[in-house]
Design a protein around this ligand. Structure first.
Ligand SMILES: *Cc1c(COP(=O)(O)O)cnc(C)c1O
Length: 224
């Protein structure tokens, strides 16, 4: 299957998941994760109609950005070293991995306008996963108030690698619960209307649980 055919299949799954949940497919955006693949493959995704591309390293982002430019919105989805912020800040529209205060300070300093940020939360509690704990989430977001270039548009999580649907669902549902908590604070710098969750193997579940951005690599562009 080429990228266009894969996108067609993914869009059908998205429609089905939205139908199951009584949601509108327009409320779900696909971020094509191109970290494993060539510029040519990323171009293929853009030709197929993708308008959001995600990369998890500054080098990959820069390389693809130079070829594709502002025809799409760029998402930084990987763990972000503070010293790399300056390489990506003028290219990205979204950062999905805000997980510490020092990183927020650096983003705030380097940006010349508010940056759409997702706070990354480790809802599964797996040691290998980045992100702050659920308990820290509200306090962390409140602590970003004075940083005028940080806009917390939502929360992000990476679910564990498991076939256990019930567990995956509970992870996504926890993130949704936290989102509601943050939204209820009514903080001007943290509207928190978005949820970045769901990857190739679990995006249908994430959408049923409220995802507004799904990050899809393998199932869309492959991984070679
Ligand atoms: C690689 C990656 C993805 C995409 O993973 P697939 O399983 O290939 O869809 C999504 N989100 C993050 C943060 C990633 O690093």
């Amino acid at each position: 299957m080429n990228v266009e055919q894969r996108l067609h299949r993914i869009n059908s799954s998205i429609e089905q998941a939205c139908k199951n949940a009584g949601r509108s497919p327009e409320d779900v955006k696909v971020v094509a994760v191109t970290k494993y693949v060539s510029i040519e493959r990323a171009e293929e995704a853009v030709t197929a109609g993708i308008t959001h591309l995600g990369e998890n390293r500054d080098t990959g982002l820069t390389e693809k950005f130079e070829a594709i430019g502002n025809r799409v919105d760029w998402h930084f989805i990987g763990s972000l070293q503070t010293r790399k912020v300056k390489q990506i800040i003028d290219k990205v529209s979204y950062i999905h991995s805000l997980d510490r205060h020092s990183l927020a300070v650096e983003i705030d300093k380097r940006a010349d306008k508010p940056v759409n940020c997702f706070v990354q939360v480790n809802v599964s509690g797996e040691e290998s996963k980045h992100g702050i704990t659920p308990e820290e989430t509200s306090g962390f977001i409140q602590s970003l108030q004075e940083l005028e270039n940080i806009s917390v548009i939502g929360l992000m999580t990476m679910a564990p690698h498991t076939e256990d649907e019930a567990f995956l669902r509970s992870c996504f549902r926890s993130l949704r619960g936290l989102q509601e908590e943050v939204k209820a604070l009514g903080l001007p710098h943290a509207p928190c209307t978005e949820l970045s969750m769901g990857m190739s193997n679990d995006f249908h579940i994430a959408i049923e649980e409220g995802a507004t951005f799904v990050r899809i690599g393998t199932a869309l562009v492959g991984n070679d």
